[in-house]
Ligand binder design. Structure first.
Ligand SMILES: Cc1cc2nc3c(=O)[nH]c(=O)nc-3n(C[C@H](O)[C@H](O)[C@H](O)COP(=O)(O)OP(=O)(O)OC[C@H]3O[C@@H](n4cnc5c(N)ncnc54)[C@H](O)[C@@H]3O)c2cc1C
Length: 585
């Protein structure tokens, strides 16, 4: 196994501190394996109940499917076609709730479905109510069925939902609102869902809420992998040093997403619950396409029946996604063929807008943790979740292992409560508190209006922090930016030359409070610099230097980190770093 030498001075890095805390007391009531949103959500829920819980993630938090989603917090209108009414209802309720409890990252998303002639063969409605299996060429659905579906969707919002109801527009009105749309449009249906702008940071917020709630009884670490069972429990391998140690728990929760079966196999009890599908996305720096979307998500069925989307994420445009049976032995990456597919679909919706590979600043792919689905086509596999319970001999003790099969981003809070209830039942511990309606991290006291945001920024501007910098911090941390600002003010700070969005002190804050294990964590998951195509060679070198000063990285380790970050960006995200700027494949 490749390890990174000189992993840092013990105690100076939060990441090292958390590993040390787990190693020092290698036992808990519950061990959660997997730090995607569902594992982390369950960690928070159990910590709030006072349970002694440990979570381990083999890479960085949110590096699996949770970091590869389409960024939609949605009712899943298209799941109506699979007859998954329970899931849609729960998803709509959770969407409405997340808009309230995580307003710093989850924002309303105006969504338009362009509707064309049933005979055009170009675009159709995203609904196929009747079957779970794909039979022959997908049938197109027209305005009537879309109307029906959206009315049903609206009806699920009647819990005091805070998004407006759907509207239908005829061709002339639709084209006046979205003039670059394919002129063959007949109608446009517009409704609201939500998008999560910073899933990686929301995951971290949920984790930190759990750590705060549980204190010494809620420990979590990234870069700790479960590789096998040992005589005393499961074996944990520190991915930064190669050290191993045993850990035991009364209950084990396997939330390793698409890797659930592999994790069970590693623990000595093979399962075949999973049948993940790969989905990819590209991110474009394309002002014309951005303007054409007019702030909306354009959501539609492509000619092959796949539901695809084009939508603005800040100053970039996100285009996705595919749905292909995944081979877990291969890395999930966005292929050239998928990029061609995305260009094809953009051409259908916005035929007058030219796109080329030069506009792609980033790409990403992930594997949905779907249940094994045999002959059912990927797009029709249930998106609902279930929990599989088994007794396994771990460290000579029979231990309940709860494996999570499925689970969308949107429903993570409700799912976590459900999974946590099962764990509490195993331990015969009553629930103390529900997470329903409980604000998350920097969503606490987040200003509800644009004026409130301006006011918050004005109130936190200081001699050392400009309004622009405070705005960046508020976007990045929500109202937890106050803690960051306090930290920045404690000592003299210096800017990072290669970006206006970071400073030396802020990197130090991340090291001390956000479990940085590798340089790439900062670029992809603590900031959105990689997502927006803003990583340059200079940025890599500066951040490696600054992080290294805090983490005790010597020059050899800094060079390793730069190589590792460049390699991840190139192999998994199609970004090549040259001497001065990021370039694309
Ligand atoms: C292309 C795509 C688009 C999607 N779009 C949406 C969307 O728009 N909206 C929505 O609601 N949902 C969406 N989803 C679904 C959603 O992202 C996932 O279902 C959800 O994030 C799964 O979270 P998880 O925590 O269960 O799994 P993951 O996020 O995959 O986490 C599992 C973790 O387990 C870790 N792990 C694996 N093995 C081990 C081990 N041995 N030891 C320790 N750790 C281990 C992995 O490193 C990983 O971080 C999408 C998914 C994909 C792939």
């Amino acid at each position: 196994m490749a390890t990174f030498g000189n992993a840092g001075t013990a105690g100076t890095s939060n990441q090292r501190t958390t590993v040390a805390a787990i190693k020092a007391r290698p036992r808990a009531q519950v061990l959660i394996i997997g730090g995607g949103i569902n594992g982390v959500g369950t960690f928070r829920d159990l910590a709030l109940q006072g349970v002694d819980v440990v979570l381990v993630e083999r890479g960085d938090y949110c590096q699996g499917a949770s970091g590869a989603s389409s960024h939609m917090i949605h009712g899943g209108i298209r799941y109506l076609e699979n007859g998954e009414f329970r899931l849609v209802r729960e998803s709509v309720m959770e969407r409405n709730s997340l808009l309230r409890i995580a307003p710093h990252y989850v924002k309303p998303l105006k969504t338009t479905i362009p509707i064309f002639s049933t005979f055009s063969g170009v675009l159709a409605a995203p609904m196929r109510f009747l079957t779970h299996k794909q039979q022959g060429k997908p049938k197109e659905r027209g305005a009537f069925l879309i109307k029906l579906g959206l009315s049903l969707y609206d009806s699920f919002s009647r819990d005091g939902g805070n998004v407006p109801r759907h509207q239908f527009a005829g061709r002339a009105k639709a084209l006046s609102q979205l003039p670059e749309l394919n002129q063959g449009i007949k109608y446009a249906a517009t409704y609201f869902d939500a998008s999560v702008h910073n899933p990686e940071r929301l995951t971290l917020d949920v984790l930190q809420d759990g750590e705060r709630a549980g204190g010494d009884k809620a420990r979590a670490s990234n870069y700790l992998a479960v590789t096998r069972v040992s005589d005393d429990g499961v074996e944990l391998v520190d991915q930064l040093t190669g050290e191993t140690f045993s850990f035991s728990a009364d209950v084990v929760v396997n939330t390793t997403g698409a890797w659930v079966d592999m994790t069970n196999q590693a623990m000595g009890t093979p399962s075949s619950f999973m049948g993940g599908t790969k989905g990819s996305h590209i991110v474009l720096d394309h002002p014309q396409l951005l303007a054409a979307c007019a702030g909306r998500e354009i959501f539609f069925e492509h000619t092959d029946g796949r539901i695809v989307l084009i939508y603005p994420m800040g100053d970039r445009v996100l285009v996705g996604t595919t749905d292909i049976d995944a081979d877990m032995k291969k890395d999930a990456v966005c292929t050239d063929e998928e990029i061609d597919y995305f260009f094809d679909l953009i051409g259908h919706v916005f035929p007058s807008i030219p796109v080329s590979r030069d506009s792609i600043v980033y790409s990403f792919a992930g594997v949905r943790p779907l249940p094994r689905h045999d002959e059912t086509a990927p797009g029709f596999v249930s998106r609902d979740y279930r929990i599989e319970r088994r007794e396994q001999i771990i460290g000579s003790r029979s231990t309940p292992v709860l494996s999570l099969v499925g689970g969308k981003w949107t429903t993570f809070r409700a799912l976590s409560e459900h999974l946590s209830n099962d764990v509490l039942a195993e331990l015969s511990i009553p629930r103390k508190v529900s997470t329903a309606g409980m604000s998350i991290g920097g969503g606490v006291d987040y200003p509800a209006t644009a004026e409130g945001v301006e006011e918050w920024i004005r109130a936190n501007v200081s001699q050392t922090l400009t309004a622009e910098r405070v705005a960046t911090l508020l976007t990045r941390y929500g109202t937890r930016a106050k803690n960051v600002i306090r930290y920045l003010d404690q000592e003299a700070d210096s800017p990072v030359n290669s970006t206006s969005e970071l400073s030396a002190r802020e990197l130090a804050y991340m090291v001390e409070h956000e479990q940085i294990g590798h340089l790439i964590d900062v670029l992809i998951r603590r900031t959105s610099l990689a997502f927006r195509g803003l990583v340059s060679r200079e940025l890599l070198e500066e951040t490696a230097q600054l992080l290294g000063g805090r983490l005790g990285w010597d020059s050899e380790r800094r060079a390793q980190e730069i190589d590792h970050a460049s390699d991840v960006l190139e192999r998994f995200h199609g970004v090549q770093i040259d001497a001065t700027a990021a370039t694309r494949r």
